[in-house]
Design a protein around this ligand. Structure first.
Ligand code: GLC
Length: 737
């Protein structure tokens, strides 16, 4: 569980280093810096972050300062052994600093370079919320492996990914970076990402350390408001939010990043229940924990620390091993050790973990970025990597509605409208490390590259007025209107919660005007979160969710619109009918008055009972019929089989999903929980028996005392192509005591 797999000799070397290190040098290892900007506002990077965080400067001003200002790389502090890590994407500068650390500092301990390589380094892949809709662990792993190969060529040792936050509230902007709302699918995702980034041997030059973030329950911020408070029962934490973390620690994840939020009143940054009892002791995690940016300093804002010194003391005591950017440890920890406010044992534990990760990454053997690889991915996009991205992008697209409009004929005359259709930057999504808008194929370019007859006019931007005349003109002799609508990539991601998740601006008017022409209309959605699309669902005959797919966005969209790829994506997050339904997720408790037409049930007076599109939902150009569900109890498993038939006219891939309901428990249990899924590709008319296996040990849950409970009683097995439309069988189960 979470082992670093170090040899005896490597462990011995770490102990020898610890024995020789001064307190200052130990504290230095716990300090991560970003290059401070100078000449901008003459303030430190952390002050600048505060200024953009509290709105004293805008994101654009921040970006401009960063691009123009010189940087202070803290060479003297590196030479003095006061820096253990940098957040850096600059291979030449990385090697210069590394040479100082390795050859000029007293202990010669290499720096570890971290970066946000969230969905690709130079080759930008679909945002995580999109990629998870492929329900394909090979896709998850392959994109991470490409990102690791490219990032490591730039001297990056460590990515602050995967984000494994369970996200159930679409108002929260960071749902775009998540794997959605389900703990089982999230666990499949987190394991695959750790394998992709770290490989079997993280010391391999093309692999990088993974970070499980944000630990924990950041996706449960109250009201979907970023950085907000989080309160939940420990049973909900262990059943609903921790499984992807536990799974990825078992897969060998090397680092964890603590979340900004508090958990039940104690910020994760200083929460020893989470960092020590759950992660380090409970899960046996042997890597290190890094704070989120400036988060130790922000414990003062939380009101859990009086000042930075108090925050430093509390964070170390709680098991926070590395300080990202608040300079708390470098400012106070030496003194606190000397005053015995912090134990040398706690200090050594943190440093031992950091040195273990550096050792497991091979940094003591190969600390420098390889000159011959540095520019390998700086020119044209690598074609193999681009091909991996195209496969992921096609599989990430979800067909939400199709009233026999799609697929389009290649010879159709298309009126393409919506400014997003020709906007390369917005294909990148919320995080792009070395990604460039110029790398991206827009929807317009994708349709043209596919040989389509396209007449394009923007007609309406995400936040601009509708140009109705322009629409009438471009649509005049078209056979079909394709309207690209959605969000800019600045409307999701960090610090981008939205209180109204309908289409922004006048885009709904654009769709209405397109419909008013009487031509068939296809809405292509580009967005970073589930949107409230009730009106669109009721009026627009075809809706295609294409998210932000990265460099191959337009090629993937064209492949789906023309039927060259039959859409197979399935939603990993529920689409509410309206914002007021948030948070909305499928695996909820039944309550004493489950929603029904009756007034006195758990429902809204002014909203539908159901979400618009449920978890696991996604259409195909063909139709899959489910028959003959069988549930067979075996010694340690349930073997569930179902006949799936392709009743349509084209080959398609279906994701067959198995859900379980524990009807009666010692705490209330969700009405459904995803427990397994299998993919099957069927030709027209073909039928196949699909088998899904559920181990009996996986039919339990954690109670508030963190005890795993397997309780006899009735269980309902559901199988279908989404979480709503399922065949079902009930069984009584008695577990072996
Ligand atoms: C940000 C994010 C975190 C990211 C870190 C470094 O504030 O919360 O996900 O990895 O800072 O950029």
């Amino acid at each position: 569980m979470g082992r670093m797999n170090l040899t005896k000799e490597q462990k011995q070397k770490i102990e020898e280093l610890l024995a020789q290190m001064t307190v200052e040098e130990k504290v230095g290892q716990m300090n991560q810096l970003s290059p401070s900007i100078v000449g901008g506002f003459d303030v430190s990077m952390e002050e600048l972050i505060e200024m953009v965080t509290d709105g004293r400067i805008t994101n654009e001003e921040f970006g401009k300062i960063m691009s123009q200002a010189e940087r202070d790389f803290h060479e003297d502090e590196v030479r003095a052994g006061k820096v253990g890590s940098f957040l850096l994407n600059n291979p030449k500068k990385a090697n210069e600093l590394q040479r100082i650390a390795v050859e000029e500092s007293r202990m010669g301990i290499p720096l570890i370079y971290g970066l946000d390589v969230i969905h690709g380094f130079r080759t930008t892949f679909p945002i995580p919320l999109a990629e998870t809709c492929s329900w394909n662990p090979q896709v998850f792993e392959a994109s991470a492996a490409v990102a690791a190969r490219e990032a490591s060529s730039h001297g990056v040792h460590w990515t602050f990914a995967p984000m494994v936050d369970i996200a159930r509230d679409a108002r929260w902007g960071r749902i775009s970076e998540s794997a959605g709302e389900d703990p089982y699918l999230g666990s499949v995702y987190s394991r695959a990402k750790v394998r992709g980034y770290q490989g079997k041997n993280p010391a391999d030059r093309e692999r990088i350390a993974a970070t499980l973030k944000h630990f924990v329950a950041y996706g449960a911020v109250e009201a979907g408001q970023d950085y907000n408070t989080v309160s939940m029962a420990r049973s909900m934490l262990h059943n609903g939010y921790l499984p992807p973390v536990k799974a990825a620690v078992e897969e060998g994840a090397m680092t964890v990043m603590a979340a900004f939020n508090d958990y039940n009143g104690v910020p994760c940054t200083v929460n020893s229940y989470l960092l020590r009892s759950v992660l380090k002791e409970g899960y046996g995690f042997e890597g290190f924990v890094v704070s989120d940016a400036n988060a130790i300093r922000e414990c003062v804002n939380h009101g859990i620390a009086e000042d930075l010194a108090d925050a430093s003391r509390k964070a170390t005591a709680a098991g926070m091993d590395m300080d990202m950017g608040s300079n708390a440890y470098n400012s106070h920890l030496v003194q606190q050790i000397e005053n015995k406010e912090v134990s040398m044992e706690a200090l050594d534990e943190a440093v031992r973990r950091i040195l273990s990760v550096k050792m497991a990454l091979g940094l003591f053997d190969h600390p420098y970025a390889e000159e011959e690889r540095m520019e390998l991915y700086d020119g044209e996009l690598n074609p193999e990597h681009r091909a991996v991205a195209l496969d992921a992008a096609k599989r990430s697209i979800v067909l939400l509605k199709n009233d026999n409009i799609l697929p389009l004929k290649k010879e159709a005359k298309i009126a393409l409208v919506g400014a997003l259709a020709d906007d390369r930057d917005n294909c990148l999504g919320a995080w792009f490390a070395d990604g460039r808008g110029s790398d991206c194929i827009t929807v317009k370019a994708g349709l043209e590259r596919a040989g389509a007859q396209v007449a394009y006019a923007p007609c309406c931007g995400v936040e601009s007025e509708l140009q109705a005349e322009e629409l009438r003109s471009v649509a005049a002799d078209a056979d079909v209107i394709v309207a690209v609508v959605g969000e800019t990539n600045a409307m999701s991601g960090e610090a981008s919660s939205r209180a109204d998740i309908t289409l922004p601006g006048h885009q709904q008017e654009l769709l209405a005007a397109a419909l008013a022409t009487g031509k068939p209309v296809v809405a292509v959605l580009m967005n970073g979160r589930p949107l409230a699309l009730q009106w669109e669902h009721e009026h627009v005959p075809a809706l295609v969710e294409t998210w932000q797919l990265g460099v191959t966005h337009g090629d993937a969209v064209a492949a789906v619109l023309f039927g060259d790829y039959n859409p197979s994506g399935k939603l990993c997050a529920t689409f509410p009918a309206m914002t007021g339904q948030c948070p909305r997720y499928y695996n909820h408790p039944n309550t004493g008055r489950p929603a029904s037409k009756s007034k006195f049930t758990s429902r809204y007076l002014d909203a539908p009972l159901e979400p618009l599109y449920p978890f696991g939902y996604g259409l195909s150009y063909t139709e899959f019929v489910y028959e003959n569900l069988k549930v067979e109890e075996q010694a340690d498993t349930f073997r569930v089989t179902v006949q799936v038939r392709n009743a349509g006219s084209c080959t398609g891939e279906e994701t067959v999903q198995l859900y379980l309901r524990d009807v009666v428990g010692s705490i209330v249990r969700p009405v459904k929980e995803l427990k397994a899924f299998e993919k099957v590709t069927l030709k027209p008319g073909e039928s196949r028996e699909v088998t899904l296996t559920l181990a009996k040990k996986d039919m339990g849950f954690y109670n508030d005392e963190m005890e795993y409970c397997l309780e006899d009683g009735a269980f309902i097995f559901y199988v279908g192509g989404n979480s709503r439309d399922c065949l079902k069988e009930e069984r009584r189960v008695a577990f072996e005591k």
